[in-house]
Write a protein that binds this ligand. Structure first.
Ligand SMILES: Nc1nc2c(ncn2[C@@H]2O[C@H](COP(=O)(O)OP(=O)(O)OP(=O)(O)O)[C@@H](O)[C@H]2O)c(=O)[nH]1
Length: 200
């Protein structure tokens, strides 16, 4: 693994596209339903215990959270979706900001979508995949908490999701992932290297 990921540090919160950091050339955004294991995945990828706070009160901030790898590269944590306590009006405003960000952010080179393997793809997950591929963004779907299923069930779910997405117009890769067992970390690092233009 490139040591760049270990050096990740919190940079800023951006409520909208206008406030995203200047000078960044490559970034990848992390999305997923609340409680899918997004914070754990970011902590695992950066080998830090609490970089992305594994939150007990999910979905509170509707902002882009930037983690800097170096002057040109960032990871971006998007708010977890599907959290009922966010008022519909805030949810709608955020949806508009999010679409603007995905569409217009020049530095954005890919989307990592975290999906709890036991829930499989939800409607909003499908929408995110469709929207990202429509914008020509590559997508990495990480089926998280893979350790919660036995090997056969985990593999079968992987194949089923791969099959579900095989006709997606864009470049969509699906892998098993476990922060607990460190499964799929190498594949995701390789994918990030490619999309953040990190030299091996
Ligand atoms: N068994 C297992 N549990 C996990 C794994 N990853 C995350 N969890 C647990 O799942 C719960 C949610 O994890 P988080 O990483 O906080 O999820 P999140 O998607 O960031 O949640 P939000 O803050 O709501 O966006 C926590 O209790 C984690 O300990 C994993 O790989 N295996």
């Amino acid at each position: 693994m490139n040591p760049l990921y270990h050096r990740a540090e919190y940079l800023l919160n951006a409520p909208n596209l206008k406030t995203t950091p200047k000078g960044v050339e490559y970034e990848v955004a992390f999305a997923g339903r609340s409680n899918a294991g997004k914070s754990s995945a970011i902590n695992t990828l950066t080998n830090q215990k609490s970089l992305a706070r594994t939150s007990k009160t999910p979905g509170r901030t509707q902002q882009l959270v930037y983690f800097k790898l170096d002057d040109q590269r960032c990871l971006v944590d998007l708010p977890g979706y599907g959290f009922a306590k966010v008022p519909p009006k805030i949810q709608q405003q955020w949806q508009t900001e999010l679409e603007r960000y995905l569409e217009k952010r020049q530095a954005l080179h890919g989307l990592v979508l975290l999906v709890d393997i036991r829930r499989s793809l939800g409607e909003y997950d499908r929408q995110m995949i469709d929207y990202a591929t429509h914008l020509n963004l590559d997508v990495f779907v990480a089926l998280t908490k893979a350790d919660k299923l036995n090997r056969n069930n985990a593999k079968n779910t992987l194949f089923a999701v791969q099959k579900q997405l095989k006709d997606s117009p864009g470049n969509v890769q699906v892998e098993l992932f476990s922060s607990l067992k460190k499964e799929g970390v190498e594949q995701l690092h390789n994918w990030l290297d490619e999309h953040l233009n990190v030299q091996k």
